[in-house]
Design a protein around this ligand. Structure first.
Ligand code: SF4
Ligand code: SF4
Length: 192
């Protein structure tokens, strides 16, 4: 059986080099490798909630207002972390894939694979690294399929930018900075 692996296995690097002092470092040692998390909220309600959080002028103003106030931004980010950690096991990678992965967090995969499962998924759907747990990508597939969103999983997720760990992905989303996180299957000819 494989041992838990670090983030270099699956996440890749969009931009290597020094991480700003403000960025939180992802866990590096095997002892702190993530464990797959089964989301604690139904997929349907998450897709519905997503519509309420879609960027608009109000959210953009709120995001800009928060960014100009570091203490409030930290408070907002801590709130986001608390909410998303409780539901998805969020690790605050700062570039959220949830809308394209059935609202299952790929950063809870021990190998942090963002473009589908590894080759070690058990016949019963268990994780190769933590056999007592379900593969998070199986969760992603089932949740997306249950809502007619299987095509989302065909999107190619771009490599993780490790400088963004610890940042609020909601603020980034409202500011339009997450628009290039994944490819568009329609444009790439993959479709549903
Ligand atoms: S921000 Fe990153 S770690 Fe958090 S739920 Fe989204 S993908 Fe997972
Ligand atoms: S079985 Fe699934 S959750 Fe486990 S390491 Fe492989 S892809 Fe990740």
């Amino acid at each position: 059986m494989l041992k838990p692996m670090d983030s270099s296995t699956g996440g890749g690097l969009r931009a290597a080099g020094a991480r700003p002092a403000t960025a939180a470092a992802p866990p590096a040692s095997p002892a702190t490798s993530p464990r797959p998390v089964t989301p604690r909220a139904p997929a349907r309600s998450m897709y519905l909630l997503h519509h309420l959080l879609e960027p608009n002028a109000g959210y953009r103003r709120l995001a800009a207002w928060l960014e100009a106030r570091p203490r409030l931004r930290r408070l907002f980010t801590a709130t986001e972390k608390g909410v998303k950690q409780g539901i998805f096991g969020c690790r605050m990678c700062g570039q959220c894939t949830l809308p394209s992965t059935g609202y299952a967090c790929p950063m809870t995969c021990p190998k942090q694979l963002r473009n589908g499962p590894c080759g070690g998924v058990g016949a019963d759907g268990c994780c190769e690294v933590y056999p007592e747990m379900r593969c998070v990508w199986l969760e992603a597939f089932e949740r997306a399929e249950s809502q007619g969103r299987r095509g989302d999983l065909l999107r190619l997720q771009l490599p993780v930018d490790h400088r963004l760990w610890g940042q609020s992905s909601w603020i980034r989303y409202w500011q339009g900075r997450d628009e290039d996180l994944w490819t568009d299957p329609a444009r790439s000819g993959m479709g549903q």
